[in-house]
Design a protein around this ligand. Structure first.
Ligand code: ADP
Length: 415
């Protein structure tokens, strides 16, 4: 607990210093929560980050933990503007932001929605006490961990491999969409069970033990986020891959809550099948770690693939930013060759996203581009990518030798 507090405060201290705010912490000795360390820190980062963001210059922000009724109660207090009672429920909604006219405090309104889900995922509930003008106090309780170790990773209710086609549970309350997904899957050899009652979805998944689940997000009465939390919280269903399908474009939130892949409606059959294969593939056999080539130009993609396979590497490809994001989300490649100008999501956005997440912060990325870079862009890339190659100059040999060097210098070589 002390370590998590210290890490979070250390990361955020420069922001607080800028506003001459004081950050303090107090944790009773020997407290350990039963939680995923990364996600627990993320919860703290979001709450302390908000406290800094919304408190004025010179404010006090405190992080504390104590034991109450056998549970660890964690709180983040600030001396900021506070939150009016009528707004207190709504700020946990997705995209909700107070004082939207204020330009000085940027944000998406997603932070608290994600934070709340993460806390729920660990069996707690996020609470708030606040009075306008007197600051805010966000708090939650989590079960105490028996030993100073993280939750054991192995709790798989190991599923017996059924012979025949993989069974997919399609959770979707709109009959037309359900039928479409069902057809797409059946025509590709999958067995499909449709569940149109989201409130029963978790129970059905538990009984059925499907190979994968597709999950619509906007359903009634239980929304898909709730179902996702239920599925990932229950050890009997936590390891079943979930492909989230929705009209809302919020992959970040999906990934944080444990979705294995993410598709935006209308779902293209090829995308669905590719996502399904990724999910099932990673589950059944752990594939050799490959080099991911992200390139929208088919000829260039093929050329790079050939160059690398000739060197004995396993190569996977993505033709746009969304595919690249999904692939990296599913299985971490040993290296990414990244074009910058891509449909759906640019290479810059991908790189920023990967660097922001602890899971991909160290993922080696080679940028290969024909874009004329501004000074800022070049500086950014030099800081965040391992190598930068310009397509206007001869790059083939340099790329091949750098790939060899980076891949063999790491411990990531595979058979
Ligand atoms: P974002 O910070 O991206 O706007 P959040 O979901 O984190 O989104 O917060 C939603 C809204 O709740 C914020 O826009 C802000 O108005 C309010 N809020 C959150 N934390 C605090 C706080 N500590 N003090 C005052 N207002 C807050």
């Amino acid at each position: 607990m002390e370590t998590a507090f210290a890490e979070v405060l250390e990361t955020l201290r420069p922001l607080a210093d800028k506003k001459s705010q004081t950050l303090s912490q107090h944790a009773e000795n020997g407290l350990n929560v039963r939680a995923d360390a990364t996600r627990f820190k993320q919860v703290l980062m979001n709450l302390v980050g908000n406290a800094i963001k919304f408190s004025p210059e010179g404010g006090d922000i405190g992080l504390a933990a104590c034991l109450i009724d056998g549970k660890v109660c964690v709180e983040v207090r600030d001396t900021g503007p506070g939150i009016p009672l009528e707004e207190q429920k709504r700020i946990f909604e997705k995209f909700y932001r107070l004082r939207q006219s204020e330009k000085s405090t940027e944000g998406t309104g997603l932070g608290l929605a994600i934070t709340q889900k993460l806390v729920e995922l660990h069996g707690g509930e996020l609470g708030l006490e606040s009075q306008p003008g007197h600051g805010s106090r966000f708090y939650f309780s989590l079960p105490m961990a028996p030993a100073p170790r993280e939750r054991p990773a192995q709790e798989t209710g190991s599923v017996s491999k059924t012979s025949g086609s993989p069974r997919i549970l399609v959770i979707e309350d709109d009959p037309a969409t359900a039928q479409l997904i069902e057809l797409q899957l059946i025509s590709s050899g999958y067995e499909v069970v449709v569940c149109d009652q989201p409130h029963r979805a978790a129970e059905i998944a538990e009984g059925l033990q499907p190979s994968a689940i597709t999950l619509d997000l906007l359903m009634k009465p239980t929304d898909g986020w709730e179902v996702l939390v239920q599925l990932k919280r229950d050890p009997r269903t936590a390891s079943i891959p979930v492909i989230v399908i929705t009209i809302a474009d919020q992959p970040a939130m999906g990934a944080i809550l444990g979705a294995d892949d993410y598709l935006v409606k209308p779902v293209d059959k090829m995308d669905l099948l590719a996502a399904m294969e990724r999910c099932l593939g990673t589950r059944v056999v752990q594939p050799a770690r490959s080099i991911l080539v992200v390139e929208d130009d088919a000829a260039a993609r093929e050329f790079i693939t050939e160059l690398l396979t000739a060197q004995g590497h396993t190569v996977t490809t993505a033709a746009d930013g969304a595919q690249a994001r999904a692939q990296v989300g599913t299985a971490l490649p040993k290296l990414v060759i990244l074009d910058l100008l891509l449909p759906k999501l640019s290479g810059f956005e991908l790189l920023a996203e990967w660097r922001a997440s602890p899971r991909t912060a160290d993922l080696p990325v080679f940028v290969l581009t024909s874009k004329d870079l501004s000074r800022e862009e070049e500086t950014y890339l030099r800081a965040h990518a391992e190598r930068l190659f310009h397509k206007q100059q001869p790059w083939q040999e340099a790329l091949a030798s750098e790939v060899r060097r980076v891949v063999s210098s790491g411990q990531m070589e595979n058979a």
